[in-house]
Design a protein around this ligand. Structure first.
Ligand code: BTN
Length: 263
């Protein structure tokens, strides 16, 4: 399908937004743009996705009413530091959503945004690497359940929800959607322009949903119970396990204490 392209002028940069009514995955479209040499900052937005994907190989339900958006990035950072793209984006989503809804957003380490104990947004950053292992480009993908979809969230996703519901007072959907996208991009690029400074980290820590909670996690095939102490300045999860402080990196563990829907 032929995309509708518009330019958004942010305080920090001008960006090209490619809009679609339907794609398989905006991350796939963004990857194709990147492979064809698009400028950094190109954005892909679609009304729905037929094959949206989440972390850990899960699918991501992408019905009409949500925001499905990907950004092509070409940062000079190591593979490990791509985590900061995800964490910066999580804070940017919280700010954007709060600015239109007034509802308090929390971040479930490492890449999910929650409102009132329900997941309303997931973030997936994917990287492409050069033969020498350096980062060629990254694609940041953000899925926000903005409006209640026609088909209810399936029962196997009990923690999935939308930000606005049918019985909310009359809302101007397109205007709200555009405001969320603009506010997200503005906040995200502000953080991204100084990514190494991690200007988002204090807010990321204070929005942490898991802090103070008992969790179980799996590492190297073993299950452990622990209490979350907080998030450190490298966005790793700090837990207390049997009186010992342990630092967990997102790639190496899977939390099983709370359900993790890929909405
Ligand atoms: C997760 O919940 O595990 C992450 C979900 C990320 C979904 C977004 S929607 C836009 C972009 N395109 C995709 O296929 N995935 C991301």
């Amino acid at each position: 399908m032929k995309p509708d392209i518009k330019n958004i002028k942010l305080k920090t940069r001008d960006i090209k937004v490619h809009t679609f009514s339907v794609v398989d995955s905006t991350n796939n479209v963004a990857k194709t743009l990147a492979e064809n040499g698009c400028d950094e900052g190109a954005v892909v937005v679609s009304e729905r996705q037929t094959a949206g994907r989440g972390r850990l190989g899960r699918s991501f339900l992408s019905q009409k009413g949500g925001i499905y958006l990907s950004v092509v990035l070409k940062p000079q950072i190591s593979a490990e530091q791509t985590l900061f793209i995800t964490t910066a984006a999580a804070v940017a989503v919280c700010r954007a959503v709060e600015s239109v809804s007034g509802k308090k957003c929390e971040i479930k380490w490492v890449n999910d945004v929650y409102i009132g104990g329900k997941k309303v947004c997931g973030i997936l950053t994917e990287g492409a690497f050069n033969p020498d292992g350096s980062l060629k480009y990254a694609v940041l993908g953000v899925g926000i359940n903005l409006f209640e979809p026609k088909q209810k969230f399936p029962e196997n996703l009990p923690l999935a929800d939308s930000i606005f519901h049918k019985n909310d007072r009359k809302i101007f959907k397109n205007r709200i959607k555009n405001r969320v996208i603009d506010a997200f991009l503005e906040n995200f690029f502000n953080f991204y322009n100084n990514l190494q400074q991690k200007e988002f980290i204090t807010e990321y820590q204070s929005r942490s949903l898991l802090t103070g909670k008992e969790i179980t996690y799996q590492k190297d095939g073993k299950k452990f119970a622990a209490k979350v102490v907080g998030i450190d300045d490298d966005a790793r999860l700090v837990v207390n396990r049997d009186g010992e402080q342990i630092i967990l990196s997102h790639g190496e563990i899977q939390i099983t204490g709370m359900e993790q829907p890929a909405i």
